[in-house]
Design a protein around this ligand. Structure first.
Ligand SMILES: [Fe+2]
Length: 356
């Protein structure tokens, strides 16, 4: 039975930027601001925990194993109804904020080991949090990873790493600038999931999400026009190694000018001329003006539509005492087949060039 006011929202996709159904009355419930969200109730929490525990026990107990993923795919059909409805709506139309915030997920926060503290930390074992994240990813599409990043693991730890405080990536703790995940890659994720297992000590680290659907109105016609032209180049992160030729020129706003996709990483997207540089600065200011900041709590999962929004993070202080901030991350493709040429053997790990 649908709860009044939870799923009976505005029609989905009435026009670009319309929230994907007001899944909750945000202002009166969770103070999400305008972010669309769903907090699992106690029964849904228990039901999801039971499914995740069943999945965690499936052989061989390894997230990246095809048999385990097959079991997860089947079990994802058993998620609580309201959660499945919510995910289905988000998959079709991510709304004006291009973000869905799920709360009160069972991540066994009281049973967690110490927060890992090395740069390449990933979650290979089928823990309950990794099972929850995989179940939700498989409700939206297929989880994917990049071979050159985090050893191609599907569930990756996002933790502060000693000595890497100023690193412009997931291991850092200084502000992380706004970016579309793997913006350089032809098959960048469609959706990025960030699940909070443990908050930072001071509850300061804010996930910042900025949607082009809201920023578009802040841009001049001139900037929109320039951003829609192939006058930008986005370099791959150093971790991907030399990819041969110079990055190809691409538009930052692609597709329907009234509801474009966004392809930008403010650390690594470079304009090719001065007009493009001015348009990029204007875009940065527009995205900054509309950004939403969410301090994730344990059991929160932020799903960001990586085609429509940038994400970044405010600064926080790491202590490296085993109780630092710990997120687990997953990348999702809605259309798995589309990237087949860059997935050797049909697996879930992407390369950067055919034949690699
Ligand atoms: Fe990111």
């Amino acid at each position: 039975m649908t709860q009044p006011g939870i799923l009976d929202g505005a029609p989905t996709g009435a026009r670009p930027g319309t929230p994907a159904g007001a899944l909750i009355d945000a202002a009166s419930d969770l103070a999400f601001g305008q972010v669309v969200g769903l907090r699992l109730d106690a029964q849904e929490h228990r039901d999801l925990a039971a499914i995740a525990q069943r999945l965690a026990a499936q052989p061989p107990g390894l997230v990246d194993d095809a048999r385990w993923l097959a079991a997860a795919r089947d079990l994802s059909a058993e998620l609580p109804l309201r959660l499945r409805q919510c995910l289905r709506r988000f998959a079709t139309d991510a709304g004006a904020e291009a973000m869905l915030l799920l709360r009160n997920l069972p991540v066994a926060a009281d049973k967690l080991p110490d927060t890992p503290s090395h740069a390449d930390s990933v979650q290979r074992g089928s823990t309950v949090p990794a099972s929850v994240l995989t179940l939700i990813a498989l409700s939206l599409g297929e989880p994917v990873a990049f071979r050159e990043e985090k050893s191609g693991a599907l569930v990756q730890d996002v933790v502060p790493v000693p000595g890497m405080e100023t690193f412009p990536g997931n291991a850092g703790s200084v502000p992380l600038s706004a970016h579309v995940e793997n913006a350089f890659h032809p098959h960048r994720p469609d959706i990025v999931g960030l699940c909070c297992l443990r908050s930072d000590h001071d509850n300061r680290a804010g996930l910042q999400v900025a949607s082009i659907r809201r920023a578009l109105a802040h841009l001049t016609e001139e900037a929109r026009s320039v951003l829609g032209e192939a006058r930008f180049r986005t370099a791959a992160p150093a971790s991907f190694g030399p990819l041969g030729t110079t990055a190809p020129a691409h538009p930052v706003l692609a597709g329907d000018p009234a509801d474009p996709d966004l392809i930008v990483d403010f650390e690594s997207t470079a304009p090719v001329d001065e007009a493009a540089a001015a348009a990029l600065r204007e875009l940065a200011a527009a995205l900054h003006a509309v950004r939403r900041t969410v301090v994730l709590a344990p059991g929160d999962l932020a799903l960001v539509d990586n085609r429509l929004a940038t994400h970044g993070r405010t600064a926080f202080a790491a202590r490296y005492d085993g109780r630092d901030r710990w997120l687990q991350r997953v990348f999702i493709h809605r259309d798995f087949r589309r990237s087949r040429a860059l997935r050797p053997g049909g697996g879930h790990v992407l390369t950067s060039r055919p034949g690699d």
